[in-house]
Design a protein around this ligand. Structure first.
Ligand code: C2E
Ligand code: CA
Ligand code: CA
Ligand code: CA
Length: 279
């Protein structure tokens, strides 16, 4: 038993080394991903339940690596954060998403909000608000069409700093939402303190909502609280008609998920927006 234990330990150790090696190699490859045109964005529609219209899209980053094919964001975003590369990658994301929105507006598409995921390192960077303001200028995008997705943990790390920064972004007209709501340390007082426009209820609570009374209780409580605070609620990861129906009944205003659409390449996203928003 002892030898078996040692062998499995050695096996485990060599696996760990292999993974560390892969992470290092991927981290290095990520440095040239922008120059090599390996990054692109896909856009997932966000639908207003009341009006049955697409009111926004979330930009989601994809990495098609020459060496590993498509690497999921849950693998490469942490690498980009650990190495600081998230600053240049994050700027590339904002720049590309706003350029896309500009071109959609120029094509005469109905205006939709562009939601962009922001890492803590970006949000905390001294030049962040200035960068946002310059990018909005460069692409001539109305600030209220840009929605920055932050997480609770990120906003709560330095509450005073976050409050100031959110205030500043608000003064510029940019919208702020809290991503993955319910999964962090929900110190709810910050919802009142920070001027948050939208809560995105995490998929975790939506997935078994149909069968799990506990999840249903959490979802309805979040919706009611948000409504009383005049915060918009979006449910993430909605996959079935039943879930959409329940959410509508509970008073949720927006949903996003495979039930409506997977994240789409730009041309398909544009067609989706036009198809859903008759003029
Ligand atoms: P997230 O911000 O919570 O994004 C939602 C994730 O759920 C996306 O995964 C999306 O494809 C997936 N999803 C949407 N609807 C459904 C559904 O109905 N069912 C299921 N099972 N999944 C659904 P994705 O694209 O793999 O992104 C994963 C995470 O990577 C994101 O989670 C976000 O935290 C991060 N990420 C993606 N793009 C960026 C980016 O540009 N910058 C930063 N900092 N993070 C990003
Ligand atoms: Ca998000
Ligand atoms: Ca989310
Ligand atoms: Ca998530």
């Amino acid at each position: 038993a002892k030898t078996a234990g040692r062998n499995s330990y050695q096996f485990y150790e060599s696996q760990m080394q292999e993974m560390a090696g892969l992470r290092l190699a991927q981290s290095n490859a990520l440095k040239t991903a922008i120059e090599h045109n390996e990054l692109h964005l896909v856009y997932q529609p966000q639908v207003c339940l009341e009006q049955q219209r697409v009111i926004g899209v979330e930009a989601l980053l994809r990495w098609d690596s020459q060496s590993w094919g498509s690497v999921p964001p849950c693998d490469f975003i942490p690498l980009a954060e650990a190495s600081g590369m998230i600053l240049s990658i994050g700027e590339w994301v904002l720049d590309s998403a706003l350029a896309r929105l500009r071109s959609w507006l120029d094509q005469g598409l109905p205006p939709v909000a562009m939601a962009v995921n922001i890492s803590a390192i970006q949000f905390e960077h001294p030049g962040f608000t200035e960068q946002i303001s310059q990018l909005l200028q460069r692409h001539q995008v109305p600030p209220h069409l840009l929605e920055l997705e932050l997480t609770e943990a990120m906003a709560m790390k330095k509450p005073d700093f976050s409050e100031q920064r959110i205030r500043h972004l608000h003064a510029m007209g940019v919208k702020l939402s809290i991503d993955d709501f319910g999964t962090g340390y929900s110190s709810l007082s910050y919802l009142k303190r920070f001027k948050i426009d939208k809560l995105k209820i995490d998929r975790e609570f939506i997935a078994d909502m149909d069968n799990d009374a506990g999840d249903q209780a959490i979802v309805t409580a979040i919706i009611q609280m948000a409504r009383r605070l005049s915060i918009t609620v979006l449910a993430e990861g909605v996959e079935s008609a039943r879930q959409a129906e329940l959410l509508k009944r509970f008073g949720c205003s927006q949903i996003q998920g495979y039930y409506y659409s997977k994240p789409l390449p730009p041309e398909e996203a544009a067609r989706y927006i036009v198809g859903y928003n008759p003029q």
